[in-house]
Design a binder for this molecule. Structure first.
Ligand code: TYM
Length: 343
């Protein structure tokens, strides 16, 4: 029996931030560390997804390699044979399956994707690419090729997990059981020990999510930020004038976001952290505690980053990309046969 697959990808169009770290990377790495042997762990850079919105192409490859190092610094065990680390574009089956899946995907259902609507609203009409529109289908191919059941992602990607299930089910209904479907979003949360999806907010505008495509970077804590500068970003995070700490995302989005970040760094539950600070009139203590945690975390993380063994990383990529080409091509061949491309 093959082991259940846990899979996630993080785009490399910029450095990763703490939202990416806590939303997707850490849950997967925790599983790789705590349950080695029980699951197969796939972590990849979806480099083809990176330029669905405009990027500096001269820096993309370098950024991809840098982000792979971030994964290792975050604790991905390279010596575990059940862990696979790869770059999406090195496995051409991702692109081929996407083209096939496209023909089973409705224009209407893609138009309803919240991420597409949000992202296209911030770009001018002529900068909204077909690639951006098709982004969830490529993501579905990333998941279905490897029969991944568990996909740790932040809340913003939940809709894409659902569409992956819809597409997989549609094709299974028409052609027989070709794909293993990822679990429902609710089951994913249960598996990763959460009651809901994570969405860390921007520090300057806590009504929107922390996003690596935000150009100013003032509201974002990047994993590569100078630790002291990051602590300052926390100290100057937007709060409110209510003078009472409460976990209330509607009335106090900035404070609630800081409580959430505090809980993640301290490893305590959000309820415990919120209870501890409840009704305090000054926001200074909360900010200071979070700033200290962020500073200490980044200093430690960056030391680990400097010590990443690059030759071990390159060797792992080579082994994983060979192995994953085999897995992905086997799935693709079944689909090609089913849809009439092979005899
Ligand atoms: P990406 O690269 O935008 O983000 C990587 C992961 O970080 C999560 N995330 C957040 N989580 C909490 N709070 C935030 N503020 C925050 N911002 C981002 C995202 O939800 C994501 O899990 N489409 C994906 C990449 C992808 C993928 C896949 C993921 C491509 N193929 C297959 C899983 C499986 C994306 O753009 O994530």
């Amino acid at each position: 029996m093959s082991k259940p697959v846990i899979l996630t990808g993080l785009r490399a169009n910029n450095d990763l931030h703490i939202g990416n770290y806590f939303g997707a990377l850490l849950p997967l790495i925790d599983m790789a560390k705590k349950h080695a042997g029980k699951y197969q762990i796939n972590l990849f850079v979806p480099d083809l997804h990176s330029f669905t919105t405009p990027v500096d192409h001269s820096k993309l490859y370098e950024q991809t390699m840098h982000n792979l190092k971030l994964f290792v610094a975050a604790g991905l065990p390279l010596d575990n044979p059940d862990v696979h680390l790869y770059r999406q574009s090195f496995i051409s089956a991702h692109s081929e399956l996407t083209l096939i899946l496209n023909c089973f995907t409705g224009f209407g259902e893609m138009s309803r994707m919240t991420q597409f609507k949000d992202k296209s609203a911030t770009l001018g009409d002529d900068r909204v690419s077909v690639g951006l529109f098709d982004y969830p289908v490529l993501m579905a191919a990333d998941i279905l090729l490897y029969s991944a059941e568990y996909v740790p992602v932040g809340d913003d990607q939940s809709q894409h997990i659902e569409i992956t299930r819809d597409l997989g089910m549609r094709i299974n209904n028409q052609f027989g059981e070709l794909f293993t479907l990822p679990r429902t979003v609710k089951e994913q949360h249960k598996f990763f020990g959460k009651d809901q999806g994570l969405r860390i907010k921007d520090l300057v505008d806590p009504t929107k999510k922390m996003s690596k495509s935000d150009e100013s970077g003032r509201g974002i804590v990047f994993l590569g930020d100078d630790p002291k500068a990051a602590a300052k970003k926390i100290m100057s995070a937007t709060t409110d004038s209510l003078s009472s700490v409460n976990l209330d995302y509607k009335k106090q989005p900035g404070i609630s976001n800081l409580l959430q970040i505090h809980a993640l760094f301290s490893g305590e539950s959000l309820e415990t952290v919120a209870k501890h600070h409840k009704n305090k009139a000054s926001y200074g203590d909360l900010k200071k505690e979070v700033a200290e945690e962020v500073e200490a975390f980044l200093a430690d993380f960056q030391t680990k980053l400097k010590n990443v063994d690059e030759s071990a990383l390159m060797a792992k990529l080579e082994t994983s990309e060979n192995a994953m080409n085999e897995v992905a091509n086997t799935t693709l061949a079944k689909v090609q046969k089913a849809v009439g491309l092979r005899g």
